[in-house]
Design a protein around this ligand. Structure first.
Ligand SMILES: [Mg+2]
Ligand SMILES: [Zn+2]
Length: 192
């Protein structure tokens, strides 16, 4: 690759792009959070690569398999495409430290708050992680970004409001907290 590394916007999936379902295992249950597709389209227009990084320990837990996850990813891509929005690439961690047998039980570096998925995306797509952003509804998403110097924004959708309140009670509220993906994207675009 001859082009210089470029900044990306990493997005968590569940609770950030689509409605949190507690181990979403059925493509027919993929439902976009209002405004999410439009926000992704704004990032596309601004020229940001948009990369999804999602923990999917439901695989390790035996709740669904990787082919079912692929169907869910296709369904999400279709719903986004219908609104003119595009994800460059999606990465998932199927592991869990306590479940999953020989195939999936491990302490991996891809499960957020680990940063393995971001690092893999950077290698495969020529991304500058320290100039990148990560948006998610969990503090784990922000920790994964912080580990590689990316700037995090917590959204209030999904588990975000609860996560923010808990962090604030510990005196550790994240600096950037946005109502939803649309508001988070406005923060990103206002700063670049
Ligand atoms: Mg989430
Ligand atoms: Zn993993």
């Amino acid at each position: 690759m001859s082009t210089a590394a470029r900044p990306a916007v990493f997005l968590d999936r569940d609770g950030t792009i689509n409605v949190e379902r507690d181990y979403l295992d059925d493509p027919s249950e993929v439902e976009l959070i209002p405004g999410a597709a439009e926000a992704i389209r704004e990032l596309n227009v601004a020229g940001f690569p948009v990369v999804v990084v999602t923990n999917q320990s439901g695989i390790a837990r035996g709740m669904f398999d990787e082919s079912r996850l692929a169907e869910i990813t296709r369904r999400l891509d279709e719903l986004l495409a219908a609104r003119g929005a595009k994800i460059l690439a999606s990465y998932y961690c199927p592991h869990h430290p306590d479940y999953g047998g020989e195939r999936y039980q491990r302490v991996c570096d891809c499960r957020k708050p680990g940063s393995g998925m971001l690092e893999q995306a950077a290698r495969e797509h020529g991304l500058d992680l320290s100039a990148s952003w990560i948006i998610g509804d969990s503090l784990r998403d922000l920790e994964a970004g912080a580990a590689v110097g990316a700037h995090g924004i917590l959204v209030a959708t999904g588990k975000g409001a609860e996560q923010y309140a808990a962090a604030r009670a510990r005196g550790e509220a994240p600096e950037d907290f946005a109502a939803d993906l649309g508001a988070a994207v406005r923060l990103v675009l206002g700063r670049t």
